[in-house]
Design a protein around this ligand. Structure first.
Ligand SMILES: [Zn+2]
Length: 137
């Protein structure tokens, strides 16, 4: 994801857009899902002068343009991640708010099978597991 993506999406290349795109694109695996507040905080920590209202606006524009996907998980505020073609499901920790990605071939196949058994073709699905840390032994 780079500035080229912005132009391709019909968005002018502005500093806030570039910074937010960079931030979301370069995030480590376990930080791929960020709320608007987290994006805002990360920009502040990096010394970028981008207001929270701007962050909200840019994220909404990115979502509209298909650059990011927004998830409204039950716990906490909406989180955003860079849109990629690889399908994955999510696990959300109710204690920490951590978002974990996973893919399980058996679950994928099973969902396909269930849809077919009901006379349907599976088009899309989203699966979220709400979890909490296992109690220490
Ligand atoms: Zn994800």
């Amino acid at each position: 994801m780079d500035n080229h993506e912005l132009r391709k999406a019909g968005l002018k290349v502005t500093l806030p857009r570039v910074r937010i795109l960079e931030l979301l694109s370069s995030a480590e695996d376990d930080e791929r899902h960020m709320s608007a507040e987290e994006v805002y905080k990360a920009l502040m920590d990096a010394g970028e002068d981008v207001g929270l209202a701007t962050v909200y606006r840019v994220l909404a524009q990115f979502e509209q343009a298909g650059i990011v996907v927004r998830h409204n998980f039950e716990a906490g505020s909406a989180v955003f991640e860079i849109a990629d073609d690889e399908h994955h499901d999510h696990m959300v920790c109710l204690e920490t708010g951590d978002v974990i990605e996973f893919v399980d071939e058996k679950i994928e196949a099973q969902q396909q099978k269930i849809a077919e058994e009901h006379g349907y073709e599976l088009v899309e699905h989203s699966l979220v597991l709400y979890v909490r840390p296992k109690p220490k032994e």
